[in-house]
Design a binder for this molecule. Structure first.
Ligand code: NAD
Length: 506
């Protein structure tokens, strides 16, 4: 498909979307052992555009039999060594070529994510930049990492070698389909593993397009495979496989816990988890520009319709400025209403599907019942008379005992708490099962460092929300997970250390 790089108007995106159909070659089959194939039992699942309700395609729905074939192909690739033992510099060249191909097809890939899961296309293009950047970063890292020579006596040589784990199954969610995929597959492939990707059943299309680009880039047979399907079928089969060496997972905490059990029931495979969050965003009265802070606090929750693991879903505001500050957040939210995801001006799109739409509306009802004050939003809405949309929704007067104050909603619902002291702010922030991200807005460097050290969180954003790049790790503590994506640290997740001890004659 030829997509002009300047095709960025609403009408142009609509025209491009009309081209992405099965009749015009959209790939819907699984990619196993270097070929696009139907599921062994012929099963399919329907992907639906949540912004319109239109069915997009019937996609192969893989199960245990498909997983078995893919795992065997992945293992054969590991043993064959065409990738696992290839010089890192040559792996780098292939991955950089894949990044170039993704860049050349970025409009098509972004559009597939938008159509599949409802996010605004401008946001999907941003995800693509992140995914491509991640692939390039990890590819560039891999031929700059050295092993170690241990500090032994002269009678020995101790080497510490880094080796690929083998077969890595990457199980990913739907909220940033390609970006979450890249955060897993880029370091896993760079480190020399064979990767089996299981995209979410709610957003499989871009992963299948990625498979054809990976083939074009020259990834050898069996090194990268894509198995669309449900979690309880093909996901479970991969997690229970005796031949999968590592599960790299991004998704909910509940499924993360299940995967650890599957690992225990099978072969003790390594399990890296990036799970849910209920991230606190702390705003102190000493901030200089409260209008700016309010805009960021609103974007922290309403970006990607609130379907973000690190959404700043708990806004903790010093009581002396709370009333005025919440008014500013409401004004900022007003400008973030949902729109057609194909309109590049839209800030928010549609909720991913009816179940998620209902789940979010249910939390909103519970918030009202529990006595929080609904300041804006709260009702389902439509765009052009259709679709599963929810406007920015803000509750004030939330407490730690309310469901909307504790549980991950994964939608555009902000819970505002007040605090009177630093101590209370830290207590509220840490009073959560999760520990993925936290924000801190203040001009007082002593306070910033005092609080930063006390927050139980994988990452802390100071006077920003989620400003990051590839150079810093991403991951959580507590029930937000145990893995680290991005940066050169993520390569460590996908390799084992082998110790070699040579006794030398002296
Ligand atoms: P989910 O846990 O329902 O599904 C994630 C993936 O796991 C999907 O591919 C799904 O098919 C698969 N799966 C489900 N059950 C399975 C099973 N029994 N065995 C194997 N695989 C199974 O999550 P979701 O709804 O797709 O995504 C939303 C969640 O992801 C939220 O909780 C969000 O916070 C989290 N998330 C976390 C991060 C992070 O980096 N920490 C990033 C994005 C999303």
């Amino acid at each position: 498909m030829s997509l002009a790089s300047h095709s960025t108007t609403h009408a142009a995106w609509q025209a491009l979307a009309a081209e992405l159909t099965v009749e015009k070659g959209l790939e819907t089959r699984a990619f196993i052992d270097d070929a696009f194939v139907d599921a062994a039992d012929g099963a399919t699942l329907t992907t639906v555009n949540p912004a319109t309700g239109a069915a997009l395609a019937e996609v192969a729905s893989c199960d245990a039999a498909d997983a078995e074939v893919a795992v065997a192909a992945a293992r054969a690739a590991v043993d064959g060594g065409a990738w696992s033992r290839l010089a890192p510099g040559r792996r780098k060249a292939v991955l950089l070529k894949l990044a170039d191909l993704m860049a050349a097809h970025r409009h098509e890939l972004a559009l597939l994510d938008t159509l599949d899961m409802g996010k605004p296309v401008s946001s999907a293009l941003g995800d693509l930049a992140g995914a491509i950047g991640c692939l390039r970063y990890q590819a560039e890292c891999i031929d700059k990492l050295y092993g170690e020579v241990a500090p032994t006596g002269d009678n020995a040589l101790g080497l510490v070698l880094r080796e690929p784990l083998g077969v890595v199954a990457c199980i990913v969610p739907w909220n940033f389909p390609l970006m979450m995929t890249a955060w897993k597959i880029a370091p896993a492939l760079a480190a020399g593993n064979s990767v089996i990707l299981k995209p979410s059943e709610k957003s499989p299309l871009s992963a299948l397009r990625l498979a054809s680009l990976a083939q074009e880039a020259g990834l050898p047979r069996g090194v990268f495979q894509v198995l669309p399907g449900f979690g309880h079928t093909v996901g479970r089969a991969l997690a229970l496989s005796m031949e999968v060496d590592c599960l790299a997972f991004t998704g909910s905490t509940g499924v993360g816990k299940q995967l650890m059990q599957y690992a225990g029931q099978s072969n003790l495979k390594k399990v890296f988890l990036e799970c849910g969050g209920k991230s606190p965003n702390l705003v102190f009265a000493d901030c200089k520009d409260l209008d700016r802070v309010a805009k960021h606090a609103a974007a922290a929750i309403f970006h990607n319709q609130g379907e973000v693991c690190i959404a700043g879903s708990r806004l903790l505001v010093e009581n002396s400025i709370r009333e005025a500050f919440v008014d500013k957040v409401l004004a900022a939210a007003e400008a973030m209403q949902p729109g057609d995801p194909l309109d590049p001006a839209s800030f928010m799109g549609a909720m991913v599907d009816r179940a998620q739409h209902e789940r979010v509306l249910d939390y909103i009802r519970r918030g009202v019942e529990e006595g929080a004050t609904l300041r804006t939003g709260g009702e389902a809405t439509e765009v052009d008379g259709k679709g599963l949309f929810i406007p920015p929704t803000v509750f004030d007067g939330v407490t730690e005992t309310m469901a909307i104050g504790r549980e991950e909603i994964f939608g555009p619902v902000l819970a505002v708490f007040g605090f009177d002291s630093e101590e209370e702010a830290v207590r509220l922030a840490n009073d959560s099962d999760y520990g993925l991200a936290a924000g801190l807005w203040s001009q007082d460097i002593d306070r910033i460092m005092r609080i930063t050290r006390r927050l139980r969180s994988g990452q802390v954003f100071v006077n920003n929300w989620a400003d990051m790049d590839q150079t810093v790790p991403f991951g959580g503590v507590k029930q937000s997970g145990n893995g680290r994506d991005k940066s050169h640290h993520s390569l460590e997740e996908y390799s084992d250390l082998k110790s070699v001890w040579m006794t030398l004659a002296t």
